[in-house]
Design a binder for this molecule. Structure first.
Ligand code: PMP
Length: 309
């Protein structure tokens, strides 16, 4: 899990590195919470630290900005923002880290939700990740999910592929709902009642040797999801993208979540129904092992996706 920042640790903000305590905005700079961000992990590897799929995360950040019409590309290149994350990590005393680049508006407070005349800001913070990764520590962690009534918005009302601040309001309400009912996280449906994802991870089901996951309609296009596609293919299997209903989840042999923070996490129960044996299934375990080796620089293909610090 991530740790609290220390007052002196470096934060990159609008072109310079400043101590965390000086990375401030004024209260009137808050503009309807409009912004986009990324969540990136760096792992301790032999001889130092390495960021996993840095370019892919930076590319998604720029795509998110483009979708929200934020002129990020006029200020920075993808290469610059990736290099800043590398530099920030070099200045940080830890090797296992969570990197959070974020782009947001500042400027005079207005009445209407207009972006005209606002200023664009960019910042990156690195926080220490303690406890390594569950998968690489060989822990058998699994979670419980509860379907929530807070459904993902229609595509006409939001941009699901953007990792945008506003998209997380539904996730926040859904998570409160799940916690109130004693589950670890919420399972969100779309407006037609099909399964989408959890509040911070994509979802896969395995049944009769078939791996399935919802298509990129009202979900975030996860970087870990794409990694899992690749890992599954390397085991000789395939992933099918198709709409899944709750019954597909309830009757699955295995259900697992994928995300930068959760990595590959087994789901043992959904809406009070036990999934499979109630423990991580064989494919989930296999993928967890491959993922752990990949991010820690111990897999054959590790170097393709690691930026060594
Ligand atoms: N869905 C949501 C809503 C998320 O916040 C995340 C975490 N970024 C994911 C899926 C998984 O994406 P990734 O694998 O890129 O971390």
């Amino acid at each position: 899990m991530i740790t609290e920042p220390s007052a002196d640790q470096p934060v990159w903000m609008d072109g310079t590195f400043v101590p965390w305590r000086e990375a401030r905005m004024h209260v009137t700079d808050h503009h309807f919470g409009v912004g986009v961000f990324e969540g990136v992990r760096a792992y301790a590897v032999e001889g130092g630290s390495a960021i996993f799929r840095l370019e892919d995360h930076t590319a998604r950040l720029f795509r998110s900005a483009r979708m929200l019409n934020i002129a990020l590309a006029e200020r920075h290149t993808e290469g610059q923002l990736s290099a800043i994350q590398v530099e920030l990590l070099k200045k940080s005393p830890f090797r296992d880290a969570y990197l959070r680049p974020f782009i947001f508006y500042g400027g005079a407070m207005g009445l209407a939700p207009t972006t005209r005349g606002l200023t664009i800001h960019a910042a990156v913070i690195a926080l220490e990740w303690r406890g390594g990764s569950d998968a690489s520590a060989g822990k058998k962690r699994s979670v419980t999910l509860r379907t929530t009534a807070f459904a993902r918005q229609r595509s006409a009302s939001t941009l699901h592929k953007a990792k945008a601040n506003a998209n997380y309001i539904t996730g926040m309400l859904a998570q409160q709902d799940a916690h109130a009912s004693g589950a670890d996280d919420a399972l969100l449906l779309d407006q037609d009642g099909y399964v989408t994802e959890t509040t911070g991870a994509n979802l896969f089901v395995v049944r009769d040797g078939r791996v399935q996951t919802p298509p990129c309609e009202s979900i975030l296009e996860g970087v870990t999801r794409a990694t899992v596609f690749e890992l599954v293919r390397r085991t000789g299997w395939d992933v099918t993208e198709r709409r899944l209903a709750r019954d597909d989840v309830y009757t699955a042999d295995e259900v697992f979540l994928t995300g930068t923070a959760v990595e590959i996490t087994a789901v043992r129960e959904v809406d009070g129904r036990r999934i499979g044996s109630g423990e991580a299934g064989p494919l989930t375990e296999r993928l967890q092992k491959s993922y752990a080796a990949l991010v820690r620089g111990r897999a054959e293909h590790s170097e393709e996706w690691l930026t060594r610090i």
